[in-house]
Each structure stands twice: as C-alpha cells, then as structure tokens.
Design a binder for this molecule. Structure first.
Ligand code: CA
Length: 228
C-alpha cells in the first residue's frame, strides 16, 4: 500500500453503485471502505478516522442528515452528500448543515472523484498559503479586489458578493443566502436583482481574465465560485 494514501468511506445502500464508485476511487489511488447501513457509520468513523466521506441520504437504519449532524458534533471530516432529491440541496448546503459538497443522483463516479480530489487538495494546504497563491485577492479593509493583479472596479454589493464566495470557494449559495450576506437591512430585493449583480460581477471578472469562468450557476439552486 502506498504511504499517505487517503481513505474514503463510501456510505451507500445500493451495492452496485457503491461497487462502481469504490472501483473508480481505488483506481484514482484512494483506499475505500463501504458501509450500507446508517447505524454503522458513526462508530466506524470514530474508530478509523477516514479522510473523507461520501454520504447517501436515504439509508436503512438512520438517514444521512441525522448521521451528518452527529458527525459534525465531533469531527470536521469533509462530507460529500449524494441525493436524488434536488429540493433537499438548499438545506444540505445551507448554513443549517453546511456539507462540503454534494452530487445529484444519478451521478458519474468521475464527478465524485473530481469533487473528492478538489476538497482534499483544498484542505491539504494552510489557508494563508492558499490566499497568497490565489489568482483572486481580497483586501477587506480597503474593499478592494484584484484578479491576477488587476484591480477590479466593483460596486460595494459586487465586492460583498465576491468576498462571500471567496470565503467559501466551491460552496453553493442560494439567492436567498446571498441576499442575507450582502444586505444589512431588510430592503425588498428580488432574486432578479441578485442575478443582475452576479451578471455584472461576472463581466468584470471576465474582462480581467477572459479565459476563465469563476462564478458558476447551479441550476435551480444558486451560484458558486470556482478557481484553482
Ligand atoms: Ca439510498
């Protein structure tokens, strides 16, 4: 066995899906363990301390959300949720639960592996280092943002949006959450207003760095920031 090999716990009650995922994960260099019953997850995690969990939500014995809540009471191990219920996603990623990422079922094993690698890479490096290497730089005191060294001419709302995305790269925000982040008062602001701020912010990012799309739309959910 390769030293430093990361271990992934696959929590999934469909054997075929778990088997395919485990196979892909192993090919990608990960060590895997499979659990199909909800009640076995917490004891196993406590004993073996895996590096990451892929967690199906509908499980026999105990559901994924319940497992996740208990998990977070003692561990910050990254969790990628898998769900077939699109209407759940907001809750999964929302402030209430704060999963690290999610995939919608049916998903491709490749997608799960890409997300797994992303998260593990992100947490492997200290935050300071990430910030100085990053193409995006945020100066909160001056409310200034730079992309690739180029100063962006942002409105206060656009700055706050970018700042919010930047504090949690990869995390998906719903429009409602973005509204909460960027306005202190309870002005009536519509979803459409958020969309138009995002559109302007995207244009400015695009002008500074045309070959990369930083803000991704997640259909039916909201937006997230992606950069390497
Ligand atoms: Ca299931």
């Amino acid at each position: 066995m390769e030293s430093g090999q990361k271990s992934i716990l696959i929590v999934e009650d469909e054997p075929k899906l778990a088997e395919v995922l485990a196979e892909y994960m192993q090919q990608a260099g990960f060590k895997t363990h499979w659990i199909s019953h909800g009640l076995e997850v917490i004891p196993w995690v406590k004993e073996h301390k895996p590096d990451l969990l892929t967690l199906d939500l509908m499980l026999p014995g105990r559901d994924g959300i319940d497992i996740f809540r208990e998990l977070r009471s003692f561990s910050l191990i990254p969790v990628i949720m898998a769900t077939a219920r699109v209407d759940e996603i907001d809750r999964l990623l929302g402030l209430e639960l704060g999963a690290d990422d999610y995939v919608c079922k049916p998903y491709s094993p490749r997608e799960m592996i890409a997300r797994t690698k992303n998260i593990l890479r992100r947490i492997a490096r200290p935050l300071q280092e990430q910030a100085s290497e990053s193409v995006i730089q945020i100066d909160n005191e001056r409310m200034e943002a730079r992309l690739n060294g180029i100063r962006l001419d942002l409105t206060p709302v656009e700055f706050r949006l970018l700042h919010q995305f930047f504090s949690n790269p990869g995390r998906v925000y719903s429009r409602t959450q973005l509204l909460d982040c960027i306005y202190d008062d309870y002005r009536i602001v519509t979803d459409r207003a958020i969309d138009s701020h995002i559109k302007n912010l995207r244009r400015k990012l695009h002008e500074a760095m045309p070959d990369q799309e930083f803000i991704k739309s997640i259909y039916g959910v909201g937006y997230k920031l992606e950069f390497l």
